[in-house]
Design a protein around this ligand. Structure first.
Ligand code: GDP
Length: 462
């Protein structure tokens, strides 16, 4: 017997019926408990749900413990018979009053039922995937939608959940399968009266798809960045006020601000919403010669190593220096200024600010993290930069993960090979690999069955 399946008292085998609180734990107006599997209906009935449940219609019910008949809650119950449910199985929903004790009583009552068990993390979605309700990229879209922190992320995730990426890959897959059918026909029926331009037609389809895919690959980094957030690293020598600046920008106390140098041991992240775009602000440990720092402790040295790595991968660097040093900035700060840098001179409350808008060609801002002066201009500038870098003019990008990019790159490369070989059998093999790579995006890798369907469209004569 496969794990996750069970045989009930009637000797009927089927998947486990699972249940879980689907809304956030804690106190709330309403809490939704979802039940999915063959025993959803009987479980609902055992709790006192009405016998004559109508599909997808909310009904008020007095739920009781099946053990002792103790009232649990007056709740709204909904019934979604398969296959028209989120998971594709029979699903029942209990809309309880959102008190933790109410929820606990309902969950305990369900746990006591034969054949029911609490769901594992992600199991409802897993079942939706297994029953073809969502494909892999739609599952990812759903996960991203729930995790979205800004408007731009929400738009992108919603688009993916609703199948934008699936539709696109299916479109390519169908065209490539037609091309494959042409090639297969030439291989399997070399003596038949096939249209002489079959090979040319296949090439045209492949080359068109390759151009299209390459175009989408160009905007892949944008989609990935939108999903992960735009990274801004705050770097600079110790004690210039990096942590204070992070706090001031985030307007919350997340980093420890201390008088002694080098108290920020590791990178600290704050997530901001700048103009609807997700921005991750990273405060890094003070950068100083690691050898000197090693005397202060290995932890500090490791912190600095990570800080440098973070700064390397960031989309933008805020290089913070002490305004008191202007115009002779700390060499450590100078060493960090490059094409990705915005220079921030902190502690403007202690010294007069320079009037120059640039330092070594990079934008220059004088601020006081302590008093908040100059921060509005800095934030406005950052917002403009993020919007310019992440700004999507048309529809949101459809490739949002490295996984998608890799699959499309493999597909493109396979097409490239198929287009350059002279042998039709070799071309067909490369094309098959390209189609499989596409299928990885949605989790549909079944080339054969679709090929059968397409193949039937060909008039091979006999
Ligand atoms: P970090 O090591 O670069 O992260 O620096 P911290 O944020 O820990 O700040 C170092 C010291 O500078 C602390 O004593 C802060 O209170 C002080 N400090 C930070 N920002 C300002 C500022 O704008 N003005 C003044 N006067 N002091 C500041």
């Amino acid at each position: 017997m496969a794990p996750g399946r069970q045989i009930d008292s009637d000797g009927v085998s089927g998947p486990d019926t699972i249940f879980a609180l689907s809304t956030a734990p804690g106190r709330s107006g309403v809490a939704v408990v979802r039940i999915s599997g063959p025993k959803s209906r009987t479980a609902l009935a055992a709790l006192g749900g009405p016998a004559d449940l109508e599909a997808r219609r909310a009904v008020l019910a007095d739920l009781r413990s099946p053990e002792d008949g103790e009232a649990i809650d007056r709740a709204l119950v909904l019934w979604f018979p398969k296959p028209h449910s989120f998971t594709g199985e029979d699903v029942a929903e209990l809309h309880l009053h959102g008190g933790p004790v109410v929820v606990r009583a309902a969950l305990e009552a369900l746990a006591g039922r034969d054949g029911l068990r609490p769901a594992e993390p992600g199991e409802f979605t897993r079942r939706a995937f297994d029953h073809g309700k969502l494909d892999l990229s739609e599952v990812e879209g759903l996960a991203d939608l729930i995790a979205a922190e800004t408007e731009a992320q929400r738009r992108q995730a919603l688009r993916q959940m609703r199948g934008a990426l699936s539709d696109l890959t299916e479109h390519w897959r169908h065209r490539l399968l037609s091309a494959l059918a042409q090639l297969e026909a030439a291989i399997d029926f070399p003596d038949e009266d096939l249209p002489p331009d079959g090979w040319a037609q296949a090439k045209a389809l492949m080359s068109h798809a390759k151009t299209d895919i390459s175009q989408y690959l160009k905007e892949a980094p944008l989609g990935e960045r939108l999903r992960h957030g735009y990274h801004i690293a705050i770097v600079g020598p110790p004690n210039v006020g990096k942590s204070s600046l992070l706090n001031a920008l985030a307007d919350r106390d997340v980093a420890i601000v201390a008088e002694t140098a080098g108290t920020t041991r590791d990178a600290i992240e704050v997530h901001l919403d700048l103009g609807g775009y997700p921005v991750t602000l990273v405060d890094t440990a003070g950068l100083r010669d690691e050898l000197t720092a090693a005397g202060g402790g290995a932890v500090e040295a490791e912190g600095m190593r990570r800080a440098r790595a973070r700064a390397e991968g960031a989309d933008l660097k805020l290089v913070v220096a002490d305004l008191g040093d202007w115009p002779n900035l700390d060499p450590d700060a100078e060493g960090l200024i490059d094409e990705q840098a915005v220079v921030v001179l902190n502690k403007a409350d202690l010294a007069p600010a320079p009037t120059a808008p640039l330092h070594r060609g990079r934008p220059l801002f004088a601020v006081s993290a302590r008093e908040g002066t100059g921060l509005t201009a800095l934030v406005d500038d950052l917002r403009d930069r993020v919007t310019a870098d992440l700004g999507v003019t048309g529809a949101a990008p459809v490739l949002t993960r490295v996984r998608h990019r890799r699959a499309l790159e493999d597909c493109r490369d396979g097409l490239g090979r198929a287009l350059t070989v002279d042998d039709v059998a070799l071309a067909a093999e490369d094309l098959r690999l390209a189609i499989r790579a596409l299928g990885r995006i949605t989790g549909r890798v079944d080339v054969e069955d679709l090929l059968d369907v397409l193949f039937k469209e060909f008039c091979i004569g006999k």
